[in-house]
Design a protein around this ligand. Structure first.
Ligand SMILES: Nc1nc2c(ncn2[C@@H]2O[C@H](COP(=O)(O)OP(=O)(O)O)[C@@H](O)[C@H]2O)c(=O)[nH]1
Ligand SMILES: [Mg+2]
Length: 217
C-alpha cells in the first residue's frame, strides 16, 4: 500500500515535470537542477558563475530553501531574476513548485535557469523538476564515499563537480577511491575538480556550461 502511494506521488510529479520540460524546450531555456549536501558550495558556485557569465547569457535563479531567503540575498547583487521557493520543511523541490514559479520569469528573455535544490543527496534525486539535466556537486570535506552511497544522483547527473579541492590536503579524501566508485556508478560523466573560493578549475566549468547553453537550440 505504501509503495503504491509513493508511486502515485512520483507519477504526478513526473507528469508535471514533463509539462515543465516541454514549456522550457518551446522557449529554448535550459534548466539545471543543482544537487548537493548542505554546505558543499552550491550558492558559492552560483555567485561565481553569475559573476562570470551574466554579461554573456541571460540567467535566472530559483532558490530552494527550507525556510529562509539567505542564499537569494547572497545572489541579489548580481541583478538577475531570482525566485525563492520555501519548502517549509520539505527536503526537496518538486515539479509542481517549479511550475508555479515559472510565470515569475519572462522565459522569452532567458537562456538558462539554475535551480539550487534543497541541500540533500537523497530526496532531490528522486524528483524530476523538468530540468534539462542534473548537476551533482560534492566537496572534499564530505568524504570520498558519496558516489557509492548515493548512486542515484551520480548515475543521473550530466556533470559532477568536486569542490573545495583547495582543502583536500587537510582531509582524508581519497581521490582515486572516489574516481573508482564514480566510474562504477557512471563511467561516462565528466568530473571537474574545482575550488569556487580559490578559483581553481573554474574556467573549465565556465566553458562547459557555456557550451551547454550555446548548443541547447
Ligand atoms: N575552502 C573552500 N570553501 C568553500 C568553497 N566553496 C564554498 N566554500 C565555503 O563553504 C561554505 C558553504 O558554501 P555554500 O555555497 O553556502 O554551500 P551550499 O549550502 O551548498 O549552498 C561557505 O562558507 C563557502 O564559503 C571552496 O571551494 N573552498
Ligand atoms: Mg546554498
Amino acid at each position: 500500500m505504501e509503495i503504491k502511494i509513493r508511486k502515485n506521488v512520483l507519477d504526478r510529479n513526473k507528469n508535471k515535470a514533463n509539462e515543465v520540460r516541454a514549456l522550457l524546450k518551446e522557449k529554448n531555456v535550459l534548466m539545471v537542477n543543482m544537487i548537493s549536501s548542505p554546505g558543499a558550495g552550491k550558492t558559492t558556485l552560483l555567485e561565481k558563475t553569475l559573476e562570470n557569465l551574466k554579461d554573456r547569457f541571460k540567467i535566472a535563479v530559483i532558490e530552494g530553501d527550507i525556510t529562509t531567503d539567505r542564499d537569494a540575498q547572497r545572489l541579489k547583487g548580481h541583478g538577475v531574476p531570482i525566485v525563492v521557493i520555501n519548502t517549509e520543511g520539505g527536503c526537496h523541490l518538486d515539479s509542481h513548485s517549479i511550475s508555479k514559479v515559472l510565470p515569475e520569469f519572462n522565459l522569452d528573455k532567458l537562456d538558462i535557469i539554475f535551480v539550487e535544490n534543497v541541500g540533500n543527496l537523497v530526496c532531490p534525486s528522486h524528483f524530476d523538476l523538468g530540468e534539462s539535466f542534473k548537476l551533482a556537486l560534492v566537496s572534499t570535506t564530505e568524504g570520498d564515499d558519496k558516489p557509492i552511497k548515493y548512486p542515484m544522483l551520480f548515475r543521473e547527473a550530466k556533470v559532477i563537480l568536486l569542490n573545495k579541492i583547495d582543502l583536500i590536503e587537510y582531509t582524508n579524501f581519497n581521490k582515486s577511491s572516489f574516481k573508482v566508485d564514480l566510474n562504477n556508478v557512471n563511467g561516462k560523466v565528466p568530473l571537474m575538480e574545482i575550488s569556487c573560493t580559490k578559483n581553481i578549475g573554474m574556467s573549465q566549468w565556465y566553458t562547459w556550461i557555456s557550451n551547454q547553453i550555446i548548443s541547447k537550440s
